[in-house]
Design a protein around this ligand. Structure first.
Ligand code: G4F
Length: 324
């Protein structure tokens, strides 16, 4: 089986590549040319598997190069994970987010339709589709109400995938994944920011961590559990859309408590709050109901929030202590 992964160097892409290799797949990935030029930093997540995969340099916003890659690889499964993924509530740089997230998705769908119509397609949707949600927990029938540029682009990708499925018979699936984290999470996201800050404080490298709203809550899962769900979706007889979530809310404060206390520290002595990191409050919490994935895919999250944060702490202690 041959798979093509866009965004292979990211958190989800790298875990998915490992999963597919373990299942005997031939794995191809698309990366930016600049990443190939700086492999030690940009391809860090792929270091264990770099010699077992084929990387193709391209920008997902460039139709001709994407066309050539799909023509060359002829994938049987395509996982479209590449996106500009930091949620921008201020609509900063909205045009480039739209360009990569909307055009990139549209180009790939159109190319598959033209030259690989039997290729199964996974689109990385997001809980940000629900945005200002009307009810909770959200499931596949909850109306979308995105309220960020990012959320709007993900809603567009979702509908593009549905349309290629309905109108052209493409095997396209949308995964509506809630927040998922790991030792490979980018430093701008709050779990990694907390873990990294706590470890730096423990090691005496800094003395405080500045965060936004400590009472903000999220449904946080473990990224390796979530990539299993992506693969499972493409193994079904029929394409469909699934919410992937734990169904459990935790606060930013709880994350601080776990990370700091695992190293014998009290977060209250080190964490400061700065309103510049605040976002508009959610009246209805974003928490998912993944019963459909449980029933149809036999999928359920395995690692707990506490176990995940403690794993991230251990990893960052090792990384920072070895100078990485
Ligand atoms: O870690 P975050 O920045 O993730 P966010 O915005 O929920 O988005 C992530 O999950 C989405 C759903 O899967 C994805 F679509 C998206 O691509 C991304 O992966 O923020 C989590 C929460 C928010 O409520 C935020 O307001 O943490 C709160 N928070 C509080 N202080 C902070 C901070 N977030 C960040 N990044 N930095 C802070 O200092």
């Amino acid at each position: 089986m041959k798979a093509l992964i866009t965004g292979i160097s990211g958190q989800d892409g790298s875990f998915l590549a490992e999963l597919l290799l373990a299942k005997g797949y031939e794995v191809h990935g698309i990366v930016r040319r600049s990443e190939l030029e700086n492999p030690d930093t940009s391809l860090q997540n792929l270091k264990e598997v770099i010699n077992q995969i084929t990387l193709h340099p391209a920008s997902i916003e460039a139709y001709p190069s994407m066309f050539q890659i799909v023509q060359r690889v002829k994938p049987e499964e395509c996982y479209h994970l590449a996106a500009s993924s930091f949620v921008s509530y201020s609509f900063d740089d909205e045009f480039s987010i739209f360009n990569s997230n909307v055009n990139g998705t549209h180009y790939i769908l159109s190319i598959l339709k033209e030259i690989a119509p039997l290729c199964k397609f996974y689109f990385a949707g997001s809980s940000e589709l629900f945005g200002r949600a009307s009810s909770y927990p959200q499931n596949e029938n909850t109306p979308f109400h995105p309220r960020s540029a990012y959320g709007i682009t993900k809603a567009t990708g979702y509908y593009l995938t549905c349309n290629y499925r309905d109108n052209y018979g493409l095997f396209g699936c949308n995964g509506i994944a809630y927040n998922h984290e790991s030792t490979r999470r980018g430093h701008e996201f709050v779990t990694r920011k907390i873990v990294r800050g706590a470890v730096q404080i423990k090691l005496g490298l800094t003395h405080e961590l500045v965060l936004g709203n400590l009472d903000a809550k999220r449904d946080w899962g473990y990224a390796p559990d979530y990539v299993k769900a992506m693969w499972l979706m493409l193994q079904q007889d029929q394409p469909d859309d699934y919410v992937i979530a734990t169904g459990i809310l935790h606060s930013v404060r709880e994350c601080c408590e776990i990370a700091f206390s695992s190293m014998g520290l009290n977060y209250e002595e080190h964490v400061k709050v700065d309103p510049k990191f605040f976002r508009p409050a959610e009246e209805v919490p974003l928490v998912g109901d993944s019963s459909k994935a449980h029933e149809k895919l036999n999928w359920k999250p395995e690692k707990s929030f506490r176990e995940m944060i403690e794993e991230m702490v251990e990893c960052d202690i090792a990384e920072i202590s070895s100078g990485r």
